[in-house]
Design a protein around this ligand. Structure first.
Ligand SMILES: Nc1ncnc2c1ncn2[C@@H]1O[C@H](COP(=O)(O)OP(=O)(O)O)[C@@H](O)[C@H]1O
Ligand SMILES: O=C(O)C1=C[C@@H](OP(=O)(O)O)[C@@H](O)[C@H](O)C1
Ligand SMILES: [Mg+2]
Length: 193
């Protein structure tokens, strides 16, 4: 039976996230995403956290028990759901936009690439223990190799880029709010510079 109601385009396609943060491991996607959501007074979701919650185990445990391929499948499913259901700020894990189906789903959306200099990321990586993609050798050496393979795809996908190496997560969030014109007078009180 056909639905007699006129089509409502906004109902057919939910608006989705206001901003989707992508970029290399430890660029600050999770931290900046939280700060941006807090600034705007909207919900924050981190794709890794959604996977961990749904699976009841850590990213490290998923990689160890089931391998990267299974993690990427869980990640792609979680992203598809989040793009449908989440209207706030969404931070992805570093590898999430590289899965072809996910790249297609991200096209045309407000994707922001957080760029980071390797000298700064070196201070943020720690031991690399909670990032399975950095296991096996010096975390910075591994980070450099993984990131150089991904950078072109990141740049191809993201209409917006931001230097995430300068200033606090709140300052990086402010720069993103400005380039995406997300601040509205009702959302954000007058700046105190
Ligand atoms: N702008 C920033 N200034 C200083 N430290 C930061 C900044 N952004 C993130 N960090 C720190 O760097 C580490 C990695 O940040 P995180 O948000 O987890 O990155 P990602 O989600 O991109 O992997 C964390 O310890 C975090 O506190
Ligand atoms: O780059 C990657 O392949 C990964 C990045 C991690 O997220 P962060 O980029 O937030 O560290 C997490 O999704 C997983 O360890 C795999
Ligand atoms: Mg993260």
């Amino acid at each position: 039976m056909t639905d007699p109601r006129p089509a409502d385009p906004s109902a057919a396609r939910p608006a989705g996230p206001l901003a989707i943060l992508i970029g290399p491991m430890a660029a600050g996607k999770t931290s900046v995403g939280k700060a941006l959501a807090a600034r705007l007074g909207v919900a924050f979701a981190d794709l890794d956290a959604l996977i961990v919650r749904a699976e009841g185990r850590s990213i490290r445990e998923i990689f160890a028990a089931d391998g990267e391929k299974t993690f990427r499948a869980l990640e792609a499913d979680a992203l598809a759901r989040a793009l449908d259901e989440h209207g706030g700020i969404l931070s992805l894990g570093g590898g999430a936009p590289l899965t072809p189906a996910s790249a297609e789903r991200l096209r045309g959306r407000p994707v922001v690439l957080l760029e980071i200099d390797e000298r700064i990321v070196a201070q943020r990586l720690g031991t690399g223990a909670d990032r399975p993609m950095l296991a096996g050798e010096d975390p910075l050496t591994r980070w450099r190799a993984v990131t150089s393979q991904r950078m072109e795809a990141y740049r191809d996908l993201a209409p917006y880029r931001i230097d995430a190496g300068q200033g606090s997560p709140a300052l990086v969030a402010r720069a993103i709010a400005r380039i995406l014109q997300l601040d509205t007078p009702s959302r954000v009180p007058e700046e105190t510079e």
